[in-house]
Design a protein around this ligand. Structure first.
Ligand SMILES: [Zn+2]
Ligand SMILES: [Zn+2]
Length: 159
């Protein structure tokens, strides 16, 4: 683990990794070997991965990786605000703008797993009003919207 994997990162990815590591530290989440490996995998894959997909990628580099260990690492990274949990696809993705806390929308492509983060205050206001009208106190957090991304739609129509 470590060097050979990190060397494959682009300069931009290296910077992102350093930024995320700093954020975790300042938010009291020490970056253990496992947490760093999970971050690195999410960064290089650049799409949402399930815990088992993560484990399958981590195992060859580190035989000590376990499902429980991966879940603990993910919990810590979610707590640090650098990873989002996608309830609809039971997967995990790096936050695109982890510097500020936010409750926005996640657009998830069910074909390629790409996730786009959006922050449309009108959507947040509309769901708030909807909850109120129906007597719900809605949980804070992101709204997940699944569909097919532009790139996959283009690929599909090209055939
Ligand atoms: Zn985010
Ligand atoms: Zn797609």
């Amino acid at each position: 683990m470590g060097r050979s994997h990190t060397e494959r990162l682009s300069v931009a990815q290296q910077r992102t990794l350093e930024r995320l590591e700093t954020l975790c530290r300042t938010r009291g989440q020490r970056l253990t070997r496992q947490r760093r490996a999970v971050l690195l995998t999410l960064l290089t894959e650049a799409r949402a991965l399930s815990a088992y997909e993560l484990l399958a990628r981590l195992r060859p580099q580190d035989g000590r990786s376990t499902p429980a260990g991966v879940y603990r690492a993910l919990e810590s990274l979610i707590h640090a605000g650098v990873v989002h949990r996608l309830e609809s696809t039971r997967s995990f993705i790096l936050c695109e703008h982890p510097e500020a806390p936010h409750a926005g929308q996640l657009l998830i492509c069910r074909a390629c797993g790409q996730v786009v983060e959006a922050e449309d205050p009108r959507v947040a206001a509309a769901t708030g009003r909807l909850g109120e009208r129906l007597g719900f106190a809605l949980d804070p957090g992101v709204v997940e919207l699944t569909g097919v991304c532009g790139r996959c739609r283009l690929q599909h129509s090209a055939h």
